[in-house]
Design a protein around this ligand. Structure first.
Ligand SMILES: [Mg+2]
Length: 282
C-alpha cells in the first residue's frame, strides 16, 4: 500500500470533501471515470488497459468505502472486459460496494450481484446507424465508428488531421443526431451521438441519492466529466461534501483542470491518490 503525504486540495471546499471521505468512509462515494483517469489514453479504444495498479487500488477502496463507482461512456461489457473485474465469482469477492455505470448511466453492473441491467436502445439509434455511412462518405481515412448499441461514437484520432476532420464532420453529425432525438456530445477527438439528458452529472446525482452518500469524490479528464463536477457543486449546496479531481495530461481541457479541487498527474497520479485514500481510511 502506498503511503506518503496527504493529498492537498487547493480549495477549502475540496479540503472539506477530502476530510469527510476519510473520517466517514461508510457514507463516502468515490466516482471515477475510466479512459484517461484509470487508463492512459490510447489510439484504439479497445487497447485501453487499466494503468498499473489501478484495479488493485479500486479493490482496496471498494472494500473501505460505502460506494465505489466507475462512471464511463463505455458500455459496461467493454469496461468489465478491460478491467477483468467480473472474471469469476471468486474474483468478485470484496467488490460488493463497486458499481459500474456504463454509457453515462444507461447501463449498470453491480459487484454485489454480478448482474448487468441495460435498457432497449432508443429508436433513433437504428436510424442514425443506417444513415452514418452516407454522412461519413467523404470522411478522411482513419475516421471510425464505434457502435455502443445505445450510442454511436465517431472517432477521429487516427485521421491525419483529427481536429480538421472533426470540424468538417461535426455539423452534419449534429444535424443527424438532432433529427433523430439524440444529442451530439463532444469528447477527446470524438463526437458521441447518444440519448439526450444522460450525462455523468445525472448518473452521479442518482447514485448519491440511492446510496444516501454524505461525501463524494469525482475524478475525470474530459469535457464529459464537467457535468459531474457541476453535480458536486450542487451537492455541496445540499450539505454533501465533495472533492473534484482532474487526471491531468496533454489533452485535458483547461475548463476541467481549472475547475478541479485537486490536479494529479494522469492515471498513475489517480492510482497513487486512491492508494493514499485507502491507506488513510485504513
Ligand atoms: Mg475520460
Amino acid at each position: 500500500m502506498t503511503t506518503g503525504p496527504a493529498p492537498a486540495p487547493r480549495t477549502p471546499a475540496g479540503g472539506a470533501g477530502l476530510a469527510a471521505l476519510i473520517t466517514a468512509p461508510d457514507t463516502a462515494l468515490i466516482a471515477l471515470d475510466y479512459d484517461g483517469t484509470l487508463s492512459p489514453i490510447v489510439s484504439r479504444p479497445a487497447d485501453a488497459m487499466p494503468a498499473p495498479g489501478a484495479v488493485e487500488a479500486l479493490r482496496a477502496l471498494a472494500a473501505r468505502v460505502g460506494t465505489c463507482a466507475i462512471i464511463t461512456g463505455r458500455p459496461v461489457d467493454a469496461l468489465l472486459e478491460l478491467t477483468g473485474l467480473a472474471n469469476g465469482n471468486g474474483e468478485r469477492a470484496g467488490l460488493e460496494n463497486l458499481t459500474v455505470l456504463g454509457q453515462y448511466g444507461l447501463q449498470r453492473w453491480d459487484g454485489a450481484t454480478g448482474a448487468t441491467t441495460s435498457p432497449e436502445p432508443l429508436p433513433g439509434i437504428a436510424t442514425v446507424r443506417s444513415q452514418l455511412p452516407e454522412v461519413l462518405r467523404d470522411a478522411p481515412p482513419g475516421v471510425t465508428v464505434e457502435d455502443k448499441t445505445q450510442a454511436l461514437v465517431i472517432h477521429v484520432r487516427r485521421a491525419a488531421n483529427p481536429d480538421a476532420a472533426l470540424g468538417a464532420l461535426a455539423p452534419a453529425l449534429r444535424r443527424l443526431a438532432e433529427e433523430n432525438g439524440l444529442e451530439a456530445a463532444p469528447g477527446k477527438r470524438v463526437l458521441e451521438l447518444r440519448p439526450p439528458n444522460h450525462d455523468k452529472g445525472r448518473a452521479l446525482r442518482e447514485l448519491v441519492e440511492e446510496r444516501t452518500a454524505r461525501s463524494v469524490l469525482v475524478a475525470g479528464d474530459d469535457l464529459g466529466d464537467l457535468p459531474a463536477f457541476d453535480a458536486v457543486d450542487e451537492l455541496r449546496g445540499l450539505g454533501i461534501a465533495g472533492l473534484t479531481v482532474c487526471s491531468d495530461g496533454p489533452e485535458v481541457p483547461a475548463a476541467l483542470r481549472e475547475r478541479a479541487d485537486l490536479v494529479v498527474d494522469g492515471p498513475l497520479g489517480v492510482v497513487t491518490l486512491l492508494n493514499l485514500l485507502a491507506a488513510r481510511i485504513g
